[in-house]
Design a protein around this ligand. Structure first.
Ligand SMILES: C[S@@+](CC[C@H](N)C(=O)[O-])C[C@H]1O[C@@H](n2cnc3c(N)ncnc32)[C@H](O)[C@@H]1O
Length: 223
């Protein structure tokens, strides 16, 4: 990306943390979080026994994040989120389950991607239910745009995947279009992807389903 992205895809609200989330955050932040830094991270130093690394952007309360990491102890995961209560919740789960293959970064994912993730280092990227910013005048805040997609694609190894899910029809269409327009990516499916069985339901997915929203999955691979 040529210039710094100034429009953020989130608004930081002083969200209330539960006592448990706050206690977990205070106690575990230095144990299970990777501090934001403007230097590339060394995945092999973070996960010395692992070879395959995955990123999740905007994990929310992280319920799916720790479930996937628990199912795949031979793979290394980093979840990125700006919402402190969600970070606290995920840290508590990492500790409770004793997960050695999952770390969190509490920072803007766009800056993390730009400054911390080496090109060609990831086997997969997950973006589950990104904020839809559904009012027309807010659409520019949507995370998935062509520039960010090029950045995401650059971080993938050849054969690595970019997997996004949305319950917001016109955002899902935008994601499919934008991914289709990125020359280094190829759709694994014809149009919408099949639901990936290894992904359980997220909190925002449950909210969408209660409103009868259709869940759309998009799954591309780096060529
Ligand atoms: C609609 S929620 C979905 C959360 C979760 N993936 C789920 O499906 O339940 C979107 C999340 O993305 C986070 N987010 C948005 N932009 C972000 C960014 N640039 N960096 C990190 N997190 C971001 C928000 O804080 C929010 O928690």
């Amino acid at each position: 990306m040529s210039e710094k992205r100034v429009i953020k895809s989130y608004v930081l609200r002083a969200g209330r943390m539960s006592t448990g989330q706050k206690a977990a955050y205070d106690k575990l932040k230095d144990v299970h979080c990777i501090p934001y830094d403007e230097k590339p991270i060394d995945f092999k130093r973070i996960f010395p026994d692992l070879d395959d690394f995955f990123l999740e952007i905007g994990f929310g309360m992280g319920d799916v994040t720790h479930a996937i990491a628990e199912e795949n102890p031979q793979k290394g995961y980093i979840g990125i989120e700006v919402h402190k209560p969600g970070v606290g919740k995920l840290l508590a789960e990492i500790e409770k389950k004793g997960l050695k293959n999952l770390k969190a970064i509490e920072h803007d994912a766009v800056e993390v991607l730009r400054n911390m993730i080496p090109d060609g280092s990831l086997s997969g990227i997950h973006v589950f239910f990104p904020d839809p910013w559904h009012k027309k005048k807010h659409n520019k805040r949507r995370l998935i745009q062509p520039e960010l997609t090029s950045l995401l694609a650059a971080k993938l190894k050849r054969g690595g995947y970019l997997y996004a899910v949305s319950d917001w029809e016109d955002y899902a269409e935008q994601i499919l279009d934008v991914f289709s327009g990125e020359k280094s990516l190829k759709n694994k499916y014809e149009g919408w992807a099949e639901p990936q069985e290894w992904r359980s339901q997220t909190k925002f997915e449950r909210k969408g389903l209660k409103k009868d929203h259709l869940i759309r999955e998009v799954f591309f691979e780096k060529i």
